[in-house]
Design a protein around this ligand. Structure first.
Ligand SMILES: Cc1cc2nc3c(=O)[nH]c(=O)nc-3n(C[C@H](O)[C@H](O)[C@H](O)COP(=O)(O)OP(=O)(O)OC[C@H]3O[C@@H](n4cnc5c(N)ncnc54)[C@H](O)[C@@H]3O)c2cc1C
Length: 701
């Protein structure tokens, strides 16, 4: 597990998990605690202490249980996943084997066999505040295995956190699902799905292992994953075979193409869903089986459709202990901003006879719930069609070899919302309906959004009849856009869509902009005065960092005191003609030399081999980099030389290195995967930059 993920989990107050019950059925669930309840003891071991389970949760967390864990920071849309096994539990599970007691959750250790980040798509922004009085005490920091033992001892004799902390808990089969549960599903814009892989199940022997604990071996792995969509994206339909029985159906959107969940379902259809009522904290865990229809694209945005048959459920009125206001009402974790990736368009109307009706109330239709949920969201920017703005291309030019700059004008109508304003470092999200990517000949009389000239068959094939989404960083400065209504992107020719942009986009072409988003912004460097900020860009990864440099220059010119005293931009390209924004960067670095407010230095490295010269490239690189240390501004070019901790240290000089290691610095990294991994390792492992001062953005989905 990379240090960044370890640090991330340490700040979470929730962890969503997937784990099996005694029969091998996966359940999606959640653990809640004070930030710090998850601690990475090292890169392969997580300790969970001082957390509370969902009341009635049937998922087993006993020694040997396979677990999938998911941390989501809803406020920033960051998410990271881990898969592993419970390797130690400090107290035996309760007698019936169900380890779902709210207050008795024993500290446990979880091995990290797999750890990876996920992109922020489909996550709605919300703030989830928990009630501290309903959570077990936070573990003592700094955390160590000794703390775990102490926490275990305390947990054994612990009194309940609060007599009513769990509220009403209902368990039942699908036949007992009622209106309260249906309302949660119908309003949902988010749920979690737990699946298992390899499906090999052995129940616990009951004989206990050497620690006197039951051993539970539940197949080879469990996973949990997030699903987000417009409110009501999970439809409740009647089963044709058993009309009283609800079937849940949802569109599976284009994701990270890793297909963990769908792959697991192909080997074992059993899965568990977790829905949360974000207004009250009520939780609804469903267990059942799911079938994936790879060809069904009938729902908006669907690449495929998943149908889930409910077998049983657990409903807890006070599942997540949301914080409570003075008047006793919960701090609703309402949506602040819907994901700009949510599909637009109304789902096909379900015939009344197909709508499932709970036994104790009227049918809750997705559209009614959607309206209610959107109203509850209050300040949300809204989703669906209202979020999309038309933008017109007003300029195209070359930014570097293989990279074109495109200028777009925001249309005045419909009026742009807050989703259509950006901050430096954020990206723009465009959607391309099928007509936009098809050759116009095949779409006679197509909308104004179609390309002005024919595009390749490969381009038409990319979206296979559905809308595709692409994301590019905004390289203009927000103030310039505010004045002119125009913003700029720099796009490198890569695959189908970027190539179509290069080949056919011209002034006059109109595109559909969903909005701007992203948390890789200049704000990370402007929060508190820093001695030094390192910006590292590989190739086209320069786009957000160029935006950040402009923001820092503007802040410095505005006499902001929070601008880093020194900014070192490391810019790595294969060869110089590929370096976009180099002219502007040279100008700013020269201005710094001449005394401009922003002290920007640029260390340019080219990785293409250089003709052999007397001195090896690495030595020459170190020599030119050393020229940057101890002076203001300036550009150094290290040809034929890759970034390394040594090169960085030489360019930073002893004072810069010390500042980085002592909390006086921060770094932002963006580029190809190999570049990012090497640069992050050089910064964190090589130079001692604290992991929480490293900000990264990957362009990979
Ligand atoms: C935060 C961010 C900022 C970016 N900024 C820039 C930039 O400033 N300049 C630049 O040139 N590139 C940028 N990219 C990369 C860009 O989004 C595209 O991936 C790139 O242009 C290649 O797209 P393509 O269609 O030409 O290639 P393809 O090979 O057709 O597409 C790449 C593949 O990646 C996946 N994919 C790419 N984008 C998306 C998406 N938005 N949603 C779902 N799946 C997707 C799809 O699986 C697709 O098949 C950025 C990416 C991210 C994530």
């Amino acid at each position: 597990m990379p240090g960044q993920h370890a640090q991330f989990f340490g700040t979470q107050n929730l962890m969503f998990i997937g784990a099996r019950d005694a029969s091998g059925q996966p359940w999606a669930s959640a653990l809640a605690g004070h930030p710090g309840f998850i601690t990475a003891l090292d890169s392969k071991l997580l300790a969970l202490t001082g957390y509370r389970r969902l009341p009635g949760d049937p998922a087993l967390l006993t020694k040997g249980s396979q677990v999938g864990g998911l941390g989501i920071e809803f406020a920033t849309r960051r998410r990271n996943r881990v898969n592993g096994r419970v390797t130690a539990v400090s107290a035996p599970a309760s007698a019936d084997g169900a380890d779902g007691d709210v207050n008795g959750s024993p500290p446990l250790l979880m091995s990290v066999d797999l750890s990876f980040g996920n992109c922020p798509k489909y996550i709605q922004v919300r703030d989830v505040k928990l009630d501290p009085s309903q959570l077990p005490p936070p573990p003592k920091q700094p955390f160590s295995p000794t703390t775990l033992l102490a926490a275990a001892a305390a947990a054994k004799g612990a009194r309940p956190v609060s007599a009513d902390s769990g509220g009403r808990v209902l368990r039942g089969s699908w036949a007992e699902l009622g209106a309260a549960q249906a309302a949660i599903i119908a309003a949902a814009d988010t749920f979690f799905i737990a699946t298992g892989y390899n499906g090999r199940t052995k129940t616990g022997s009951g004989a206990g292992d050497e620690d006197g604990q039951d051993v539970f071996e539940a197949g080879v792995g469990c996973d949990v994953s997030h699903r987000g969509g417009p409110p009501g994206f999970v439809r409740m339909e009647r089963s044709a075979a058993a009309p009283d029985r609800p079937l849940l159906r949802w569109a599976d959107f284009a994701g990270n193409n890793m297909f963990q969940t769908l792959g697991n379902l192909a080997t074992d259809p059993r899965c568990g869903l977790l829905f949360v009522d974000w207004a009250s904290g009520a939780s609804l865990q469903l267990a059942g089986t799911a079938v994936v229809d790879l060809a069904d694209r009938s729902l908006p945005g669907a690449q495929r459709t998943v149908t889930f048959q409910v077998e049983s459920f657990v409903y807890a009125e006070r599942g997540l202990p949301l914080a409570v206001r003075d008047d006793g009402t919960a701090y609703a974790a309402a949506v602040r901003q819907y994901s700009p990736y949510l599909p637009t368009g109304a789902p096909p109307q379900l015939p009344a006879a197909r709508v499932w009706t709970p036994r104790d109330g009227p049918a809750v239709t997705a559209s009614a719930a959607s309206a209610a949920s959107a109203a509850a969201a209050g300040t949300a920017d809204g989703c669906g069609g209202s979020g999309v703005l038309e933008v017109e291309c007003v300029g195209v030019s070359w930014a570097a070899e293989g990279i074109k700059a495109f200028q777009f004008r925001l249309s005045a109508t419909p009026a742009p919302t807050s989703a259509h304003a950006y901050t430096s470092g954020q990206y723009a999200i465009f959607e391309f309906p099928p007509s936009a990517l098809s050759p116009p000949a095949s779409t006679p009389g197509a909308s104004a959004l179609s390309w002005p000239s024919a595009t390749s068959a490969a381009t038409a094939a990319v979206n296979k009849g559905s809308t595709v989404t692409r994301t590019w960083t905004v390289t203009s400065h927000p103030a310039a856009t505010a004045a002119s209504g125009v913003f700029t992107l720099a796009i490198k020719r890569a695959g189908a869509v970027s190539s179509a942009m290069h080949d056919t986009l011209a002034p006059g072409t109109k595109l559909r902009l969903r909005g701007f988003d992203g948390d890789f912004t200049a704000a990370a460097l402007l929060a508190a005065p820093l001695e030094v900020a390192v910006l590292a860009a590989g190739g086209i990864g320069i786009t957000p960092l160029w935006a950040v440099v402009q923001a820092l220059a503007a802040a410095a010119a505005g006499a902001s005191t929070a601008v880093p005293k020194r900014v070192l931009l490391l810019y790595s390209v294969r060869h110089l003609p590929e370096a976009a924004f180099l002219g502007q960067l040279r100008e700013l670095a020269a201005a710094a030399e001449a005394g401009a407010e922003l002290n920007l230095q640029v260390l340019l490295t080219t990785t293409a081999p250089e003709p052999a010269t007397a001195a090896p490239a690495v030595r020459r690189g170190l020599e030119v980099a050393a020229a940057l240390a101890g002076r203001r501004g300036g550009v150094a070019e290290a040809r034929g030389c890759r970034l390394s901790a040594e090169l960085l240290a030489v360019a930073l000089g002893p004072a810069g290195v010390a500042a980085l290691a002592n909390g006086g610095g921060a770094a932002m990294v963006c580029g190809p995967a190999g570049f990012m991994a090497a640069t992050e390792a050089a910064l964190v492992e090589g130079l001692g930059l604290p992991a929480d001062r490293l900000y990264s953005e990957s362009f990979n989905y």
